[in-house]
Design a protein around this ligand. Structure first.
Ligand SMILES: [Zn+2]
Length: 250
């Protein structure tokens, strides 16, 4: 097989745009690109940049659901002959973070994106759960919190640390409150998973100087809580690596 066509593409849905990472079979980065083009145009954009996908994985908030419209559009744009998978953005970001080797083989990645989710790696393997829903911590009820959540329940962690709450925390006092709520959730992750590292990623990375010292106080081992060594492309990077497993063997 001609290596130039053995390109895995990862696409992560991120606040009104798509983050794209393309990799060759050796894991070398061929393209990092953000676009707000409509999904129907994404394949044309890739081709214009010399990228012919051999497989695509789309990272979405929440769990893997092959019926997401973006995946259907990509399948159609590729003539139905290129495999297109769907996976949890948080889980993909966790896999990419694990692949850097920076945090060992037992980590929980807390992903601040369109939703708050966690990706879990234990013993070097990603935990997906029976139906692919592992890590949906954004909708865990935390503390004496009765704020209504979009999911229909009240008190979900995402009502306190989700994108709306994080965006609204502008003053130092508000950031301390955000850090406390962050600590509530990561303490639960620490208790359930006993990870070597709990890694904050997505929008939490930029907030870390303010929220990390506060959140650490909630942990039995404060040094476990740390920040991603990757950037906003973490989920797209993990998706590109995962896509290579979908490429049919020639
Ligand atoms: Zn909820």
């Amino acid at each position: 097989m001609d290596g130039s066509h053995y390109v895995g593409v990862g696409i992560a849905v991120d606040a009104g745009r798509l983050l794209i990472h393309a990799t060759d079979r050796y894991g070398r980065t061929l393209l990092r690109h953000a676009t707000s083009a409509p999904a129907t145009r994404v394949v044309d954009e890739l081709r214009a940049r010399g990228i012919t996908p051999a497989a695509i994985v789309v990272g979405v908030p929440g769990a893997a659901d092959d019926e997401v419209p973006l995946a259907a559009m990509l399948r159609e744009a590729l003539g139905g002959v290129v495999p297109v998978g769907v996976d949890s953005a948080a889980g993909l970001a966790a896999a990419a973070e694990h692949a850097t080797g920076a945090h060992g083989d037992d980590l929980v990645f807390v992903f601040g994106g369109a939703e708050v989710g966690a990706g879990i790696v234990t013993g070097g393997r990603r935990v997906r759960g029976a139906d692919g829903y592992a890590g949906q911590i954004g909708h865990l009820q935390v503390g004496a919190n009765y704020d209504p959540c979009a999911c229909g329940r009240t008190g979900c962690w995402t009502t306190k640390v989700g994108p709306a709450a994080a965006g609204a925390a502008q003053t130092p006092g508000q950031r301390v409150t955000l850090g406390r709520w962050l600590g509530h959730g990561v303490a639960i992750l620490e208790a359930v998973c006993d990870p070597g590292r709990i890694v904050l990623g997505g929008y939490f990375t930029a907030l870390a100087p303010d929220v990390l010292p506060v959140a650490r106080k909630a942990l039995d081992r404060p040094d476990r809580l740390t920040v991603s060594v990757l950037d906003e492309y973490a989920a797209a990077r993990g998706a590109a690596a995962a896509s290579l497993a979908l490429v049919p063997v020639a």
